[in-house]
Design a protein around this ligand. Structure first.
Ligand SMILES: Cc1ncc(COP(=O)(O)O)c(C=O)c1O
Length: 176
């Protein structure tokens, strides 16, 4: 394994259910990491397991643009149904957050004919070249990985944890 792959916890997981992880030593741990906050439905949800089993039993991969299939359309329809607004909606599905952000920028550039991208201070957008450029925090995401994609500008955003503007509701936070 390459040294660049950082590991946060010395816990090796063998099984997980709901919010509980079981490690190789048999310890049960509450999973506050939740797949870095993306497993909001919990681990091994029976409906997810059933749909994954059905899918891999039918076929594992075709590439939708080579040979399309209904599951892709079902996800797009679900996104249109579940996201706010009654306007016309269209989706394209990607493999990762960084790939989605990169494609959002491509689509916006093609649609507007404009090149510049505005990303907020403190934002994290991914580990590809353009998303590193859009990411604000240098360490550990950017240092020594440049040069980065051009035409990325930064806009200020709210950061109550540092500014202290939320001090009334979060008294423990320092105003520094
Ligand atoms: C706001 C945001 N954008 C983009 C990404 C990148 O996603 P991925 O790691 O799937 O490429 C993340 C990942 O944590 C994220 O939190």
């Amino acid at each position: 394994m390459a040294r660049g792959v950082g590991v946060m916890l010395p816990v090796f997981v063998v099984k997980a259910s709901g919010a509980l992880l079981t490690d190789v030593d048999g310890n049960a741990l509450i999973d506050f990491g939740a797949g870095i906050a993306v497993v909001s439905i919990g681990h091994a949800d029976p409906n997810v397991v059933r749909r994954v089993r059905e899918q891999v039993a039918n076929f594992t991969h075709t590439c939708f643009m080579i040979t399309p299939y209904e599951g892709y359309l079902e996800v797009c329809e679900a996104l249109a149904r579940l996201t706010p607004g009654t306007h016309e909606k269209r989706s394209a599905l990607f493999n990762s957050g960084a790939e989605a952000v990169e494609n959002a920028v491509k689509i916006a550039r093609a649609a507007t004919g404009r090149q510049a991208v505005v990303a907020v201070e403190h934002g994290y957008h991914g580990r590809t070249n353009l998303t590193m450029a859009m990411t604000a925090k240098s360490m550990p995401y950017k240092r020594s990985f440049g040069p980065f994609a051009p035409e990325v500008y930064r806009a200020p955003t709210s950061y109550p944890y540092r500014t202290g503007s939320a001090a009334r509701t979060r008294p423990i936070v320092s105003s520094k």
